[in-house]
Design a protein around this ligand. Structure first.
Ligand code: RB5
Length: 153
């Protein structure tokens, strides 16, 4: 299980991020690091996705939660980083499967698409579900191989 969660959002995800942080504090024994944004002032989602991804790459056994209006922008940015497997989830089933099958290490949420209660369910599934390994490991290995090849292109 993850020992630390880095959170990031843009202005569209700011309020949901606050709700998710409260939820984590009250329900999980896990270290929480809020990488911003810290207000509802308009900002650019790539800046926060980049900060969170850098932290996850540096810090072992950590996960990320990135929130923007749709979650799409955050997931596009995050999946450019080697070793990051960001899953955009609108329900707890996709969140659970992203852990079981894809060993996702970042969860992306769309604050303008889902409500806070669904978001909490999605976060719970993400944090409580382990990677299944087995046949899924060889698929993850292929992604890691691909990342290495792209690096040398
Ligand atoms: C911001 O208006 C919005 O474009 C952003 O939060 C996100 O939805 C992008 O994917």
């Amino acid at each position: 299980m993850f020992s630390r969660v880095f959170l990031g959002s843009d202005h569209a995800g700011f309020n949901l991020k606050k709700i998710i942080i409260d939820y984590l504090v009250n329900n999980f024994d896990i270290e929480i690091v809020d990488k911003g944004t810290y207000s509802e002032a308009s900002c650019d989602y790539p800046d926060y996705a980049i900060e969170v991804c850098k932290e996850i790459i540096r810090s072992k056994n950590s996960a990320g939660i990135l929130i923007c209006g749709t979650g799409i922008g955050m997931s596009i940015v995050a999946n450019k980083f080697e070793g990051i497997r960001a899953a955009l989830c609108y329900n707890s089933t996709s969140s659970r499967l992203s852990r079981l099958h894809n060993d996702s290490n970042i969860l992306c949420l769309g604050a303008r698409i889902i409500g806070p209660e669904i978001a909490k369910d999605i976060v719970k599934a993400f944090l409580e579900t382990p990677f299944e390994g087995g046949r899924h490991q060889k698929r993850i290995d292929k992604i890691l191989e691909l990342e290495k090849k792209i690096r040398t292109c």
